[in-house]
Design a protein around this ligand. Structure first.
Ligand SMILES: [Zn+2]
Length: 159
């Protein structure tokens, strides 16, 4: 099963349609049930948290769905039931949800050099302590937790 922007057109609520990949579906009989294992590998293009330019990140996961045959179709539970009127197993909805579940939380270019040069320059120029984790300057709240404990600096000198 191929995942591309066409796939995401059927899900208007998607955060991004810049996801491509291949979902490999394996069906295993598990007694009276079907064990449907979906292995996905692909990549997502999302705005970088630091410079907002596109960054492409790899996604891969393996999820499973158990399907049983029954009287009426029910795809709301953890175990799907396929009624007799159902002749096709459409797993695009769970695949869609899994992909979003596995989207990386931190979307950053690997290094500052890979970021949008204008933003990188701005960030490195304006910040006294360039840090990987601080995405935006001027965030509200106190700096208490952001400041580096001076003891750490002392430890850094120990080798
Ligand atoms: Zn970036």
């Amino acid at each position: 099963m191929e995942v591309d922007s066409l796939f995401f057109d059927s899900f208007p609520s998607s955060e991004t349609n810049q996801i491509t990949g291949l979902a490999n579906v394996t069906l295993d009989k598990l007694g009276s049930k079907l064990d449907c294992v979906v292995a996905f590998t692909g990549e997502a293009t999302l705005p970088c948290d630091r410079c907002l330019a596109d960054v492409t990140l790899a996604i891969s996961f393996e999820e499973r769905l158990v399907v049983q045959l029954g009287e009426t179709t029910n795809t709301e539970d953890d175990i799907w039931t396929l009624g007799s009127e159902c002749h096709e197993l459409d797993i695009s909805q769970p695949v869609f949800e899994w992909i979003h579940l596995h989207l990386p939380l931190r979307r950053l270019h690997e290094s500052l050099e890979d970021c949008d040069p204008d933003v990188a320059e701005y960030l490195s120029g304006s910040s006294e302590k360039p840090s990987e984790t601080s995405g935006s300057s001027g965030s509200g709240g106190t700096d208490e937790n952001d400041g580096i404990d001076p003891r750490w600096n002392a430890l850094k000198d120990l080798k």
